[in-house]
Design a binder for this molecule. Structure first.
Ligand SMILES: Nc1ncnc2c1ncn2[C@@H]1O[C@H](COP(=O)(O)OP(=O)(O)O)[C@@H](O)[C@H]1O
Ligand SMILES: [Mg+2]
Length: 148
């Protein structure tokens, strides 16, 4: 487990970029933390660290946003805000997305906690508004530290 404090969105982005650069293909990243915690801010940094263009928007009105770029691992960014049962999850087609060669990023992981794919990196963000954020990362042994 790793613990961080960030004092601004820019600090959260910079931290996330480092973690994104260390993510291995096939990893699921699951965010816990309420509205405005910084999940989407963190996801933008992750995508940048993976080499994807900084295009990540909040997928609340689509269940998933996909990011692909030549030579980069694809990112599937899910928002589970409205998905509150295993049956609802099944209906979304979630299980048809290919995790093997991609990275999943899941906002509102609380809502599908028993169905989160593995290997799993859990990121819990606490704090809101202009407060500093406490960021707890579980599953750090899954990160590739060779580049840092
Ligand atoms: N340390 C911080 N880290 C991340 N976001 C922060 C921080 N401090 C303030 N913020 C603000 O909190 C909001 C986080 O929004 P967002 O990333 O969309 O959250 P979520 O996806 O969890 O709802 C942004 O308006 C951002 O500017
Ligand atoms: Mg969000």
């Amino acid at each position: 487990m790793l613990s961080f404090t960030t004092n601004s969105p820019a600090e959260t982005h910079a931290l996330a970029k480092k973690i994104g650069a260390a993510l291995r293909p096939g990893t699921c990243v699951a965010f816990f933390g309420g509205l405005g915690a910084g999940k989407t801010t963190f996801t933008r940094g992750l995508a940048e660290g993976l080499g994807l263009p900084d295009l990540v928007s909040s997928p609340t009105f689509a269940l998933v946003n996909e990011y692909h770029a030549p030579g980069c691992v694809s990112v599937y960014h899910f928002d589970m805000y409205r998905v509150t049962s295993p049956e609802a999850l099944e209906t979304t087609g979630f299980w048809d997305y290919p995790l093997e060669d991609s990275v999943f990023v899941i906002e509102w992981a609380e809502n599908i906690e028993d169905d989160l794919p593995e290997p799993l990196v859990k990121i819990t963000i606490t704090g809101s508004g202009d407060q500093p954020r406490q960021i707890i990362l579980e599953g750090d042994e899954l990160l590739d530290r060779s580049g840092s």
